[in-house]
Design a binder for this molecule. Structure first.
Ligand code: ATP
Ligand code: MG
Length: 429
């Protein structure tokens, strides 16, 4: 097949048969965020490259090797967004909606782009839903974000399959002190580190903590611990968060090696992980980024947020068999009409039904066809009922209502009683 007729590697179509699950997932999250009082923000998919370099950090996987960057016709360097926080911060600054300590509780949804090696749960275009809260600096809001996600796992029926990992990175000053101690320790053992970690020792030593290399992990056993370098404020904050999670009954484990891949975090970081998806086990990740807004040129403004990977959560729902049966029924009623006159009557009836029963999911047969072929389509549509309109029904101003899922016999209904009758029948089905 010609290359232009293939989607780009790592970028997926979401086909009609998959979209009910996507809409169920997205609707569940959006509905939950509404109940917590978060507002949606929508930013462009493309931003100046500089925005991501400045916020995410030059020496990170994303900026070093994953961004889709190109020059536009004006010669500006633009990048397809690899994550949502940078644009969110840019937008609140540009529009001044976090000035004077104004609190913002925001969420976003959309495509993200990273040039990674495509595999199960890892794609080049993927989707995230994320939340960002500005100007609330206590552990209570960190706890709210975690409780909200925990409630979401409950709604989706996957609480048993995910585990919360938690750590505190301290302030950037505390982290700098720790970094020095870690570099000193590891420099003395340089030859025992894997190649990647040797390179990171100069560029981003904290990332060595989550190296997958066994030799490196063995060296790290004796290394200085970040928790011993935490500043008092961060320590109190972390204790406050843990106490709240305990009070809410949310289980967690402390993972002192959790550093997250981005530069901008401070204090709280967390990940929800599952062991059901192989190597791509992190379904939701986030943390606090109190210094980011200022670093990007704004007034000091604290921030905390998270992002969840929709593809991974959809995979998890499928893997665990937690896809509700009901989401796959997209229509309730399929109307079949035979002959020109019946088709016209069917048109009037169906428009009348849509007026009387807003929200009724009604498909009207298109393209004519024999009784048998229309009936087959009605059955295949997944509808609960077929409405049948032929010459006989037309003459009597009636319509046949045929249950398609074994809910009793076909009966004829007078046109003016149809809406009421259908409403009851669907409710009882
Ligand atoms: P990973 O360690 O798996 O690469 P990350 O730390 O790079 O993840 P974040 O930037 O924290 O990921 O993004 C938040 C979430 O978005 C991840 O936990 C994951 O669920 C999802 N995600 C990240 N990258 C991808 C990708 N390439 N394909 C699909 N989902 C992704
Ligand atoms: Mg990554």
């Amino acid at each position: 097949m010609s290359k232009s007729l293939q989607a780009i590697r790592g970028m997926n179509d979401i086909l009609p048969e998959q979209s009910p699950l996507w809409r169920y997932f997205e609707g569940t999250v959006a509905g939950l965020l509404d109940t917590y009082g978060y507002s949606q923000i929508r930013t462009p998919i493309v931003e100046f490259t500089e925005l991501f370099k400045r916020s995410i950090g030059e020496v990170t996987d994303i900026v070093e090797k994953e961004m889709y960057t190109f020059e536009d016709r004006n010669g500006d360097s633009l990048t397809l967004r690899p994550e949502g926080t940078a644009a969110c911060v840019r937008a609140v600054l540009e529009h001044g909606i976090t000035g004077n300590g104004q609190v913002q509780k925001l969420w976003y949804i959309g495509q993200m782009f990273r040039h990674e090696r495509p595999q199960k749960g890892r794609y080049r275009q993927f989707h995230q839903i994320g939340v960002e809260v500005f100007n609330l600096d206590g552990p209570d809001i960190d706890a709210e974000l975690i409780m909200l996600t925990w409630r979401l796992w409950g709604l989706l029926g996957i609480q048993d399959a995910v585990k919360l990992e938690l750590n505190s990175l301290g302030t950037s000053e505390a982290r700098a002190r720790y970094r020095d101690a870690l570099v000193e320790f590891l420099s003395a053992r340089l030859e025992q580190l894997d190649e990647d970690s040797q390179r990171r020792l100069k560029s981003n030593p904290l990332r060595i903590l989550d190296s997958k290399d066994q030799g490196t992990q063995a060296v790290l056993v004796g290394a200085p611990k970040l928790e011993d370098y935490l500043d008092e404020d961060s320590r109190v904050h972390f204790e406050g968060l843990k106490a709240r999670l305990d009070a809410a009954g949310i289980p967690f484990v402390i993972n002192t090696k959790l550093v997250r891949g981005l530069d901008y975090y401070s204090k709280t970081v967390f990940e929800w992980v599952t062991d059901k998806l192989g190597a791509q086990g992190t379904v939701c990740a986030g943390g606090r980024y109190d210094g980011l807004v200022e670093q990007m040129g704004g007034k000091p403004t604290t921030g905390v947020g998270f992002a969840m990977g929709i593809e991974r959560l959809i995979l998890l729902l499928e893997t665990l068999g937690k896809v509700p049966e009901s989401i796959n029924r997209t229509i309730d009623v399929y109307l079949c009409a035979f002959g020109e006159q019946a088709e016209l009557a069917g048109l009037r009836l169906s428009e009348g039904l849509r007026d009387r029963l807003p929200g009724l999911r009604l498909a009207v047969n298109a393209g004519g066809g024999s009784f048998k072929s229309q009936f087959k389509k009605a059955d295949k549509s997944g509808a609960l009922f077929a409405l049948i309109l032929g010459d006989d029904e037309l003459a009597k101003q009636e319509i046949g209502l045929k249950p398609l899922r074994g809910q009793g016999e076909q009966q004829n209904i007078a046109w003016d009683a149809l809406a009421e009758h259908l409403e009851t029948a669907i409710a009882q089905a």
